[in-house]
Write a protein that binds this ligand. Structure first.
Ligand code: HEC
Length: 99
C-alpha cells in the first residue's frame, strides 16, 4: 500500500519546465558515473549496460524519465532526487541529449 501511494505521488508531480543549468549539476553528480557526460558511457550494472541517453531522452516522456530516476528500471537503481532535482535533470538532458 505504501509503495502504491508513493508511486501515485511520483506520478502526480509535473516534471516539465525544469532548470537545465541547475540540472547540469544534478546530472554530473548523480548520473554521469554510469551514463557519461555524453550520455553514452554505458557502464554495466549486473551485466546490463546503462542505457544510451541520446536515444532514451528522445524516446521517453518527462514522466517516463522521472519514473526511471525515482523508481529505478531494470538493473538501474532508483536515485535519491527530489521532484525539483528530477525536473531540472530532465531539462538538462533534453537540452544536452535531445534532438
Ligand atoms: C549505477 C549506475 C546508474 C546510475 C547512477 C544511473 N543510471 Fe540510468 N541506467 C542504468 C542502467 C544499467 C540502465 C539500463 C537498465 C535496464 O535496462 O535494465 C539505465 C537506464 C536508464 C534510462 C532508460 C530507462 C528506460 O525506461 O529504458 C534512463 C532514462 C536513465 N537510465 C536515466 C538516468 C538518469 C537521469 C540518472 C541520474 C539521475 C541515472 N540514469 C543514473 C544505470 C545507471
Amino acid at each position: 500500500m505504501i509503495l502504491i501511494l508513493s508511486l501515485f505521488a511520483c506520478g502526480s508531480a509535473d516534471y516539465s519546465g525544469g532548470d537545465a543549468t541547475a540540472g547540469a549539476e544534478v546530472y554530473a553528480s548523480t548520473c554521469e558515473s554510469c551514463h557519461g557526460a555524453d550520455g553514452m558511457l554505458g557502464v554495466e550494472v549486473n551485466g546490463v549496460a546503462a542505457a544510451d541517453l541520446t536515444f532514451e531522452t528522445n524516446d521517453l516522456s518527462d514522466d517516463g524519465i522521472a519514473d526511471a530516476i525515482l523508481n529505478g528500471v531494470g538493473e538501474m537503481p532508483a536515485q535519491a532526487l527530489d521532484d525539483t532535482q528530477t525536473a531540472d535533470c530532465i531539462a538538462y538532458m533534453r537540452a544536452t541529449f535531445g534532438s
